[in-house]
Write a protein that binds this ligand. Structure first.
Ligand SMILES: *Cc1c(COP(=O)(O)O)cnc(C)c1O
Length: 836
């Protein structure tokens, strides 16, 4: 048993006295060899790069361990305020390069690897992406914890350790085919299991109310089916500052007595089934981005994360402070990453009242001063609602608490707006109707002291639209925190060429103070510098070509404009608009309208569709069919190429964004909450073609309208146009679009698959098309022509490229996290320090 004491003698064991590890070439050589030979038990006959990778990763991890314990002991002794970031997703990608960069050991380690005769890049590629997220929301969580560590903030991430992460995407005959991502198969060297910190999570059962001698009413939640939560800790290193924070991921495991009871009853098979049911909770990540799940198992995951994380925090509190919670709210806060973990509001109430004996009012005061909620989407289908009936069965005690929160809350609303029954119904946490539902976003708002959106436009639309009633009640709760990305992964590490050039020009302070990139503005006027910048971009494009050749076998003109749209496939993101434009370019070439001033393009798509999202999958098929027709036509060689890169993921983006010329950010205005892909491209010197949506607005403001290709309706115009939207007459009035639709409608791209694209045609022609694709076609084509013309002047394009990187300083998560900390968390940075 893990809890067994190490020694019975009264003397303190000296096991924990840590040796100091060197960071010299010799020290690394020795440690990598030792791990290869002894930890892993390999020898000269082992040809698999995987073991060399593991040995290297373990040697790097050893160095993180020292900083990790120093950081934790500094937090421990400071006893300061802390924040816990609760997220169902952390899209981490690979860890090795990031750890080497942040530790600052590239020099000696590089020499060591040369001596050992191994290639770093090859080993780096051995690491499986940790794909514990769908897209932007999960990647944001990963960038956030990187910045928290770099800013030395005492922030801990809490998430789930899914056995299967985001599915692997194959393309067969143009169709997406999903394969399970068993990312743990070859082990995960970065995690540390902490079985001694296992907790118990309850499900089902029933609630008993009773009174004790002191006549206080008490609650017992009994006959539950319990599941164990086992923590696995992942180190999150700050940038060269000795700090290593913790990401704690929970794995579900069956309880022992559960098995035993069934076993005694003689039903072995039943006991194994029960075990599987328990362990199912963290088996798989739900692969839906920005859309509702409605599945029982998903609610189980949400409660499992919330309960385990809160119990963990409360256990530590009680160890230090006993049952005295007077200081708890001053010392702790929880940031909820979207509504997914919002059951934490009710769970904290339950734990404080039922397990720690606080009164309702005391518990509510604490909850309401510690919970903070981030909203990530305006799409109504993504606002989670759970059937009351499901709550009754799975979490009966939580439902009671939600009802009481609602009763108190509606009392407050009635008090403020007497007689306004419509408002009460609108704002209630319970949606009445055929099937009563709990509105999880409202639970999060009512339970939190801060509610934020993720870009200026998005936060404004929340206050004026979706959450207007709540904004009228509590305007002071609402605020904006524009998203960002970590410049360590998304510039310093993924773009070594640009890193070196920028550092030569302005020093290396930008890595932790990204605003310093603005000093590149002067260099944009320097012709020699522009030439070097262009060369780096070309090298990055060549790297991307290699990647494409490996993945697709596709040959492309290395000087053509790399026009890229990679992100989840969703109708609101309008990959469809992009492919309609590609068809238009094809049509122009075929009708002889590609003159000598034609700008050759390679249009690259990538992204996964939710497995149940038929229209998104059909759009992938359309892109692939168009690519087949375009790429095999000799008349188009060197004028137009189209590629769909399968299995888009973090490690793919690290090659894609440095090699991109033109970044496609073309969502229907008012639909993309922020976007972060847009920031990665900009930081790496791509120009953006985009709508006034999400953070595009702020990107354009920072870089200047003259360095951004704008098109399309505004969010206001989109809403104003809806009532009389008439795509058929738009198509009739635009010869280019008419010809494109004609090619689609005559089955030009699906000659052996009759009718398959009818749903696509229908969606563009529908007066109820929520994404208004036809409405923006003409202005999109115009903006594309401006981009093509601009690209012909390579020197001026390069100037604009430099200006984009120079203006990207705002979009560092260091800035975002500083704002969270200033306005919401109010943490004091705590430097790590060596143990005494
Ligand atoms: C950045 C990133 C995203 C988010 O991209 P958007 O364009 O903002 O939707 C999604 N997936 C991966 C792998 C990313 O790196």
């Amino acid at each position: 048993m893990p809890a067994t004491k190490l020694t019975k003698s009264s003397s303190t064991p000296r096991l924990s006295e840590s040796p100091i590890l060197g960071e010299s070439t010799e020290a690394f050589c020795g440690d990598i060899r030792r791990h290869f030979n002894f930890t892993l038990g390999r020898d000269k006959n082992c040809k698999s790069a995987h073991y060399a990778y593991t040995a290297l990763a373990l040697a790097v991890r050893d160095r993180l361990m020292e900083c990790w314990r120093n950081t934790q002991s500094a937090y421990e002794s400071a006893d300061s305020r802390k924040t816990y970031y609760l997220s169902l997703e952390f899209l981490l990608g690979r860890a090795l390069s990031n750890a080497i960069l942040n530790l600052g050991v590239e020099g000696p380690l590089g020499t060591a690897l040369t001596e050992l005769g191994v290639d770093l890049e090859e080993l780096v590629a051995c690491e499986q992406d940790a794909g514990l997220g769908n897209g932007g929301l999960g990647r944001l969580a990963a960038c956030f914890i990187d910045s928290c560590a770099t800013l030395q903030l005492p922030v801990m991430g809490y998430g789930l350790r899914y056995e299967y992460g985001m599915f692997r995407q194959n393309v067969e005959n143009g169709f997406q085919v999903e394969e399970p991502d068993h990312w743990l198969r070859n082990g995960h060297v970065w995690e540390l299991e902490r079985p001694e910190l296992t907790l118990r999570i309850r499900f089902g059962g029933r609630v008993e109310h009773y009174s004790e001698q002191d006549r206080r009413r008490r609650v017992r939640w009994t006959d539950t089916h319990d599941v164990l939560a086992v923590p696995y800790d992942v180190p999150i290193p700050g940038y060269r500052n000795g700090t290593v924070n913790t990401l704690r991921l929970w794995k579900a495991a069956a309880t022992d007595e559960f098995d035993l009871n069934e076993f005694n009853a003689g039903d072995y098979a039943e006991s194994v089934r029960a075990k599987n049911l328990a362990e199912n909770i963290t088996m798989v990540l739900y692969p839906n981005d920005a859309s509702e799940n409605g599945k029982e198992l998903r609610l189980r995951q949400q409660y499992f994360l919330a309960s385990a994380s809160l119990q963990d925090v409360l256990r530590n509190w009680v160890l230090k402070h006993g049952q005295d919670f007077t200081e708890f709210a001053a010392k702790n806060s929880f940031q909820l990453n979207d509504t997914h973990p919002s059951i934490a509001v009710a769970e904290l109430m339950r734990l404080l009242i039922d397990e720690h004996d606080l009164s309702w009012d005391q518990a509510w005061a604490i909850t309401n001063q510690t919970m903070a909620y981030t909203n990530h989407t305006l799409l109504p289908e993504a606002l989670e609602r759970w059937p009351v009936r499901l709550f009754e069965q799975m979490l009966p005690r939580l439902l009671e608490i939600i009802y009481e929160i609602n009763a108190n809350f509606l009392g407050e609303v009635a008090n403020r707006w007497p007689g306004d029954l419509d408002r009460l119904a609108r704002m209630s946490l319970i949606e009445e109707g055929y099937q009563k539902q709990v509105r999880m976003a409202y639970l999060a708002i009512v339970g939190s002291y801060s509610v934020n959106g993720v870009a200026e436009l998005h936060s404004n639309l929340l206050m004026q639209g979706l959450f207007r009633d709540f904004y009228e009640l509590w305007p002071e709760r609402f605020n904006n925190k524009t998203n960002g990305i970590t410049p360590r992964r998304w510039l310093a590490s993924c773009n070594p060429g640009l890193n070196a050039l920028i550092t030569e020009a302005i020093g290396d302070g930008w890595v932790t103070d990204l605003g310093q990139l603005s000093r590149l503005r002067d260099f944009a006027e320097d012709r020699a510098f522009r030439e070097r910048w262009r060369k780096v971009k070309q090298e990055n494009k060549d790297r991307l070509i290699d990647f494409k050749r490996r993945e697709l076998g596709l040959e492309v003109d290395r000087f053509s404009m790399f026009d890229v749209q990679v992100k989840r496939i969703h109708e609101y993101k309008r990959q469809l608009l992009n492919i309609l434009h590609v068809i238009h370019l094809y049509d122009r070439i075929k009708r002889g309208d590609a003159g000598s001033d034609w700008t050759p393009r390679c249009v690259i798509f990538g992204g996964k569709a939710a497995p149940g999202y038929a229209m998104a999958k059909l759009i992938i098929k359309l892109i692939n069919n168009v690519a087949t027709v375009v790429n095999r036509d000799p008349a188009l060689k060197d004028l137009l190429r189209v590629a769909f890169l399968p299995n888009y993921r973090v490690s793919a983006m690290e090659v894609i964004c440095p090699g991109t010329d033109l970044s496609e950010q073309i969502s229907t205005a008012g639909k993309e909450a922020s976007g972060t892909g847009n920031m990665k491209f900009m930081m790496n010197g791509a120009l953006t073609i985009g709508t006034l949506d999400g953070a595009n607005i702020e990107i354009r403001r920072e870089v200047g309208a003259e360095n951004f290709f704008l098109f399309g309706l505004t969010a206001e115009e989109v809403e104003a146009t809806r009532a009389y939207y008439d795509p058929t007459s738009i198509i009739e009035g635009n010869d280019d679009l008419k010809r494109v639709m004609n090619l689609l409608e005559t089955g030009y791209f699906n000659q052996y698959e009759p009718g398959i694209f009818e749903p696509v045609v229908h969606s563009v022609r529908s007066a109820y098309d929520p994404w208004m694709t036809a409405a923006d076609f003409a202005s999109y084509v115009l903006a594309q022509q401006q981009a093509a013309a601009a690209y012909r002047d390579q020197d001026d394009w390069t100037r604009m490229s430099i200006l984009n990187t120079a203006a990207s300083g705002q979009f560092s998560t260091d800035r975002t996290i500083s704002e969270y900390n200033r306005d919401i968390w109010r943490l004091r940075p705590i430097p790590a320090r060596a143990a005494l």
